[in-house]
Design a protein around this ligand. Sequence first.
Ligand code: ZN
Length: 430
Amino acid sequence: MHDLTDRLFDFISASPTAFHGVNTAAKLLSEAGYTRLAEASAWDLVKGGRYYTTRNNSSLIAFRLPDKMPTGFMMTAAHCDSPTFKIKENAQYADAHYTKLSTEGYGGMIMSTWMDRPLSIAGRVIVSTGNGFETRLVDFKEPCAMIPNLAIHMNRSANDGQKYNPAVDMVPVYSLTEGLSVNERAAALAGTAPENVLASDLFLYNTDRGIRWGDYISSPRLDNMQCSFACLEGFLASADSASIPVYALFDNEEVGSLTRQGADSTFLADVLDRIAEQYGADAEKKHQLYAASSMLSCDNAHAVHPNHGEVRDVNHSVYMNEGIVLKYNATQRYATDGISAALFRLVCEEAGVPFQRYANRPDLKGGGTLGNISEAHVSVNTADIGLPQLAMHSAFETAGVKDMEYLIKASRVFYSKSISTHADGSCELV
Ligand code: ZN
């Protein structure tokens, strides 16, 4: 029997890049009876229908339609990209002894954690069809790259606060058992010859599979495949209601979201608009729908570090296995406010799950996420939440076993609700 943690590890292993993450979610949605819609085709949606669409094959939005004019949208948003190294177009170069990869950092990784571990390559290959092209996912699977540390004998200050130069210290050595180049291997996996490959988007990834140890799990890409997985589980298990449940996965959060498919794009707004129009909603009705909508922006959160308690806010500390994290920030880098926090508390109460409150220490800036960015395009009340974890942006991160189950339960309740709001700020969750 595969328990929940194993299913999470399967989900993460199948998702070494955002393209694969979307593909993994799409498969689960298809198996559950959801129909794929192309953005470039006319949408003829059936009431009661289940659908999803993708943009750039690296962001995805899924939704279910009620029989009658909906009351609003109950949405979650998570990101499916992770800090990594992107392989440049001219992928490799060699001297007499070593073949190396040309890479560029993607997102803010803890560089030291990428060293001395077997790495592999995955992404998409664009294959010529003569007058057009096809996109094919590739995953080398077998380890083929390594970023070696310099031995301590040649670097006596290795333990005194190391500075890493990506152009010097982080250049991977490449070697594949069959002796194929990156382009040859990628083409072979795509089922074509190298000369038919027009372009590619390839990334390094950590090949390790997640492990459970006691009350904890450790795995690559917990930020944010853990929330992506938990929300999808909640979405698929949720009951129909008078509102439209929406599950959104966004690429490019780790580089600021300002891309064609990121949270700082029109993707979500475009999809909601098209759905509303299927019900014959005019501009006036659309305003009403958005006013009675809610979003949970789900991205992992910082648990108190066991050896570095000094960087926490003493009164807003969160711990693994102690509940979903509700994130606050006075400058609204986290979108949570009194209203969205109150709504989320009601959801947690009904789901019977604990929650904890997080805020940065006032002299530390902390990170941003999707909530406030998405709000700028689709203006709905939003709470920033997440699961507590250690070592965020390490190549191998750690989280609690219990918290993911809490998020599955809470998101299931959330998706099954609809809300009505009033001019005086009062609200009912039904
Ligand atoms: Zn994240």
